[in-house]
Design a binder for this molecule. Structure first.
Ligand SMILES: [Zn+2]
Length: 471
């Protein structure tokens, strides 16, 4: 069907620029497709509690947490937040403890060091192993106290005769625990601080990669992923990003006092890619479903994803007549070829029914998907099919259906991809992809009440920023 032996076209300089954040883009591309989105997102939330996580975790586990810190220190996104954390913990001591003079021998603070356990920490303030035992066994929750974090501070309140009266420790900006002596034993309390949520604005111009520019604009890793995800149906972040592309975001900032302790959702965004501007507005409908729409209420989600293979090079485009590399005859090429290493996953372009998963002459191992009554996609030369994908079954958009190979009439590993509308082959690259349902008519007015002020705010923020830059 196709060839990959042709010399690859020289990439324009911008391509190289766009390719420079490959590691970042790799993880990014994973998020463009819904089926993997949740999984990857969770990982990030667990790595960094500061990053807009609604969930507040229990007392950090020493072992797990040291791993977390390792990962965090590798991530340029986490460094600043991590160090700010420590500072903050020192500044804001619990009022009742801070109110008493530091010299008061009944108040003692221990910072957890490497290898410390609750026993070693307790012994540093003269408390016995028996006390540790009593504390841990006082309640189920109190057991969590034994999981310590390096750098965590434990503030002890001791009685005249050196017995434990109370203990307080801040676990994060959002969570602290308190233990108080009672007649019956110890009372364990966990306090969660609810941060204030404010809307924040960020703007950036891309000159190397989205990730670098987003970071410079002050966006967290998670927000950057969200941004890429929102526009993932319109912009191919692996191939389409150019120097000078621009983005604007209004997002939720979670603050305690003056300090940002996390971020929430992107409320609206604008992305200008190669001169074309895309808008996005987050909207929760009356049923509680959350989705992003463009400023006019059209769904961001498309019935088809743009490219069934990530990080592939287009080695041959759709044409009505070209010389076939093997047959050496002028032949139409009714699809697009994506060259990628053998074994690269291939994704279903949309939800659909598998009408073929098997061999098909010169196409080799082929999958044909039927999407509704109008659309059909075909994937040829596959090395093999993904588990569970078989004729008669169904697949979800973004689901891996098979792997790049060179079966059938093919000169190298690539995917031959065809797109049919009502039985006619069309160029998938020029095809205007059909969109999912727009905002329901009865919700349109309510949606516009959300959308208009957000768009106006971005206009205003940008104007202010440009005015400031001019000075
Ligand atoms: Zn082909």
């Amino acid at each position: 069907m196709t060839s990959t032996t042709k010399a690859p076209p020289l990439y324009p300089k911008t391509h190289i620029i766009a390719a420079s954040g490959v590691a970042a883009l790799l993880s990014l591309a994973l998020l463009v497709f819904p089926s993997r989105e949740v999984e990857a997102k969770k990982t990030f939330l667990n790595l960094d509690m500061d990053n807009g996580s609604e969930q507040v975790q229990g007392l950090p586990n020493t072992a797990a947490d040291s791993t977390d810190q390792q990962v965090e220190s590798d991530s340029p996104f986490a460094q600043i937040e991590g160090s700010a954390d420590t500072q903050n913990a020192q500044q804001s001591a619990e009022p009742e403890v801070a109110a008493t003079p530091v010299e008061d021998p009944r108040n003692k603070t221990v910072t957890v060091g490497n290898g410390d356990t609750l026993s070693t920490v307790f012994s540093k303030v003269g408390l016995s192993a028996n006390t540790v035992h009593d504390v841990i066994n006082s309640s189920k929750e109190a057991k969590q106290l034994s999981r310590l974090n390096v750098g965590q501070e434990l503030q002890f309140r001791l009685s005249e005769d050196g017995q434990l009266e109370g203990l307080h420790s801040k676990l994060s900006d959002l969570e602290s625990v308190t233990l108080s002596k009672t007649d019956k034993g110890y009372d364990f309390k966990r306090e969660l601080v609810k941060p204030d949520v404010r809307d924040a604005y960020a703007h950036g111009v891309i000159n190397s990669s989205l990730f670098v520019s987003a970071k410079r604009a002050g966006l967290s890793h998670n927000l950057t992923m969200d941004l890429a995800n929102i526009f993932g149906y319109d912009i191919d972040f692996a191939m389409d990003i150019r120097e000078g592309d621009e983005f604007e975001v209004i997002y939720q900032d979670k603050v305690i006092g003056d300090k940002t302790v996390g971020t929430g959702n992107i409320l609206s965004a604008r992305f200008t890619n190669r001169g074309k501007t895309f808008t996005a507005v987050r909207y929760t409908d009356k049923q509680g479903n959350v989705s992003y729409y463009d400023a006019d209420g059209n769904s961001m989600r498309k019935a088809f994803i743009r490219t069934p293979v990530d990080f592939a090079r287009i080695s041959s485009r759709f044409s009505n007549g070209r010389k076939h590399p093997i047959l050496n005859k002028i032949r139409a090429h009714k699809g697009v070829d994506y060259a990628a290493p053998r074994g690269t996953p291939i994704k279903a372009a949309g939800d659909g029914k598998v009408i073929l998963a098997g061999r098909k002459g010169g196409y080799g191992n082929t999958i044909v998907l039927q999407h509704g009554s109008r659309y059909r996609t075909l994937y040829a030369h596959m090395q093999g099919f993904a588990k569970g994908v078989r004729t008669g079954g169904s697949v979800k958009q973004g689901q891996i259906i098979g792997y790049i190979g060179t079966t059938g009439l093919s000169t190298g590993p690539h995917l031959h991809y065809e797109f049919q509308v009502n039985g006619t082959h069309v160029d998938p690259l020029s095809q205007k992809l059909p969109m999912s349902d727009p905002i329901a008519r009865q919700e349109k007015q309510r949606f516009m009440q959300v959308s208009k002020p957000l768009m106006a705010r971005m206009d205003q923020e940008k104007a202010t920023m440009l005015a400031l830059n001019k000075r």
